[in-house]
Design a protein around this ligand. Structure first.
Ligand SMILES: [Zn+2]
Length: 507
C-alpha cells in the first residue's frame, strides 16, 4: 500500500483508496464503552462537520524494522494515535478516561496529555501543541508535532521527524532527504540524497525501483519539478513491507540507465528507446532549447585539474600541477565573480581527489553556463612555455556512429553532451587563445587545440581546458608558484571570458 508521502508528477486520473479505518479497542470494559459512546456522541453533537477519515499512515523506523500506525484526519488536521505510538516505542503509560488524561512515564519524567488541551505537560512545564488533544473511538489523538515538541524530550533515544511529517526515525541520525529533479543533459533525472545512502536498483519492466532497505528516507523538493514527457510518475512507496522510490517510465518501449555518482550521493536516470521500436510522432515533444531564448549567465564552473593522490605533472621538487591549478582556479574564481557578477563554483575547492565523472556531473547538474578546466602544460617536444586552450574532439557522425540508427535515443547520451555546445566551445577557445597569445605567449599567433578529452565531451555547456605554461621549461618552473604570474593568468582568462560573454549571452 502506498502511504501519503508527497507524490511527484501526480497523475490526474489516479484515485487513492483510503486505508481501512483505525482499529477499535477490543477491550470490553463497560465503563470504557460508555466513555467511547459519550465521546462519539459529543463529537457528533458539537462538531458535526469534522468526522474523522482514514488518511494513510505514519511510519516509525526502528533498528529492527518499520511499524505503521494509522494517520487520522479530523477536518484539515492530521492526528496521531498516541497509544499506538507508545506501544511501538514500548513506553509505559497510564490513562484515566474519567479524568480525561493519558500519562507517559519515561524515567523520572512524566508527560501528560489532557483531552481538549492544545498542550502537553512535561512534569510542571507546559509545551504548546498545534491542535487540541482529542479522544475519538476510544483513541487518544494528538497532533503529529507532539512527537518533536514533547515526546522527543523524554525518550532515551533520539527521534527524528521526516520533513514530510509522515514518518519518524528512532535512534537514527535522521532522514536522508531525496531530491528528485531534472538535470543536464536534457532528459536526465537526478535523484540526490542529502546523505550517503545505499540503494539497490531494480529494473521491473517500465519501472525503476530504488530500494533503500530500512534506511529512513523522505522525498523533498517536489515543487520545483516539472514532469518530463518520458516519466509517468515518481513516488515514494513507504510501508512496513516496502521502502522504495519508484520511477515509472511513460511507456514500455523505454528503458532507463542508472548511473551512481557516489561522491555526490547522486543517481542519474537516463531513458532511451529500445532498438526497433518507433516512437509515436509527437509523443515526446521538443527537447528544451534554452539557447533559443533570451537568457543571462548565472553560473560558471572552474575546474582545477587533478588533486589528492593525483598530483599531475611535477613542475619542480615538491611543486605539482594540482597545486598550481588550484591556486590559479581560486584567483580566477575571485576575478570572474568580481568582473562578471556571476556565481562561480570550484569543482574542487581544496586538495582532494575527484573523479572526472563527478566534475562533469557537478557542472551539468548546476546547469553551468561555462566550464573552464585549469591544467599546466608538459610539452616535452616544445622548448617554449606556451599556453594553449583545448576543446573536445568528438567522433564524426557520418559513418562512424557507434549506435545503430534503430537504437534511437530520445536524449543526448551522457558522453555526447558536448556536441550541441561544441561550436560555442570553439569560439570560447578562440577568445582564450587570443588573450593568452597576447599576454602569456609573447605575441605568437598560436591556434587552440582539439583533443578527445573525456572531461570535456560529457559537458552540456561551452567547455574548454587550458594548459598553462610548460613544466619542462625552467622559466615556467621558476614563476609557476608566484602570485604575480598566477594573477596575470587569471586576468588573462577573465579578459577572454568577458569577450566570449559578449558573443554568447543573450540579454
Ligand atoms: Zn593536467
Amino acid at each position: 500500500m502506498k502511504n501519503q508521502q508527497p507524490t511527484l508528477f501526480q497523475q490526474g486520473g489516479e484515485v487513492r483508496l483510503p486505508p481501512p479505518p483505525a482499529k477499535f479497542s477490543t477491550r470490553n470494559d463497560p465503563f470504557r464503552l460508555v466513555t467511547k459512546t459519550l465521546g462519539l456522541i459529543l463529537c457528533i453533537v458539537t462538531l458535526p462537520e469534522i468526522l474523522p477519515a482514514g488518511a494513510g499512515e505514519f511510519l516509525v523506523f526502528q533498528r529492527q524494522g518499520r511499524k505503521a500506525i494509522p494517520r487520522i484526519m479530523i477536518g484539515q488536521q492530521a492526528y496521531l494515535p498516541v497509544t499506538d505510538l507508545l506501544h511501538v516505542l514500548d513506553l509505559p503509560y497510564s490513562e484515566s478516561a474519567s479524568a480525561g488524561f493519558v500519562q507517559i512515564v519515561a524515567g523520572k519524567n512524566r508527560l501528560k496529555l489532557t483531552k481538549g488541551q492544545s498542550q502537553a505537560m512535561l512534569n510542571e512545564t507546559s509545551i504548546p501543541l498545534s491542535a487540541p488533544v482529542v479522544v475519538f473511538n476510544n483513541q487518544w489523538l494528538a497532533p503529529p508535532d507532539f512527537v518533536s515538541r514533547a515526546l522527543g524530550r523524554v525518550l532515551s533515544e533520539k527521534i527524528a521527524v521526516a520533513p514530510s511529517g509522515n514518518a519518524f526515525a528512532v535512534g537514527e541520525t535522521g532522514f536522508a532527504r531525496l531530491n528528485v529533479r531534472l538535470a543536464e543533459p536534457a532528459g536526465t533525472l537526478s535523484v540526490q540524497a542529502s546523505t550517503s545512502i545505499a540503494a539497490e536498483i531494480r529494473h521491473e519492466g517500465s519501472r525503476v525501483v530504488f530500494a533503500f532497505g530500512n534506511a529512513p528516507v523522505d522525498l523533498v523538493g517536489q515543487d520545483t519539478v516539472q514532469k518530463p514527457d518520458w516519466i509517468r510518475s515518481v513516488d515514494l512507496h513507504q510501508t512496513e513491507a516496502a521502502n522504495q522510490l519508484v520511477i515509472e517510465l511513460a511507456d514500455k518501449t523505454l528503458t532507463a540507465k542508472v548511473t551512481h555518482l557516489a561522491s555526490q550521493n547522486i543517481y542519474l536516470v537516463e531513458a532511451s528507446r529500445q532498438a526497433g521500436t518507433e516512437p509515436k510522432a509527437g509523443a515526446f515533444g521538443e527537447l528544451p532549447r534554452p539557447m533559443a531564448e533570451a537568457w543571462k549567465w548565472r553560473h560558471i564552473t572552474v575546474d582545477a585539474g587533478h588533486g589528492g593522490q593525483d598530483r599531475g605533472v611535477a613542475i619542480r621538487e615538491s611543486l605539482f600541477e594540482k597545486d598550481v591549478a588550484l591556486a590559479i582556479a581560486r584567483k580566477l574564481r575571485w576575478a570572474l565573480e568580481n568582473r562578471l557578477g556571476v556565481s562561480v563554483v570550484l569543482s574542487r575547492p581544496e586538495d582532494q581527489l575527484l573523479r572526472l565523472e563527478d566534475r562533469v556531473a557537478a557542472a551539468n547538474l548546476a546547469r553551468s553556463n561555462l566550464f573552464i578546466s585549469i591544467h599546466t602544460g608538459n610539452g616535452a617536444a616544445s622548448p617554449a612555455a606556451y599556453s594553449y586552450a583545448y576543446t573536445a574532439q568528438l567522433s564524426n557522425d557520418e559513418g562512424s556512429s557507434r549506435e545503430p540508427k534503430s537504437a534511437r535515443s530520445l536524449f543526448v547520451p551522457w558522453g555526447e553532451a558536448q556536441r550541441s555546445s561544441l561550436v560555442w566551445s570553439q569560439r570560447l577557445a578562440e577568445c582564450l587563445q587570443a588573450e593568452m597569445n597576447r599576454a602569456l605567449n609573447g605575441g605568437e599567433s598560436l591556434a587552440f587545440r582539439r583533443s578527445p578529452l573525456k572531461v570535456l565531451s560529457a559537458l552540456a555547456m561551452p567547455a574548454v581546458l587550458v594548459e598553462i605554461g610548460n613544466a619542462r621549461v625552467s622559466d615556467f618552473q621558476a614563476k609557476a608558484e608566484s602570485d604575480q604570474f598566477q594573477n596575470l593568468v587569471a586576468a588573462t582568462l577573465v579578459a577572454a571570458v568577458e569577450k566570449f560573454r559578449a558573443l554568447h549571452e543573450r540579454p
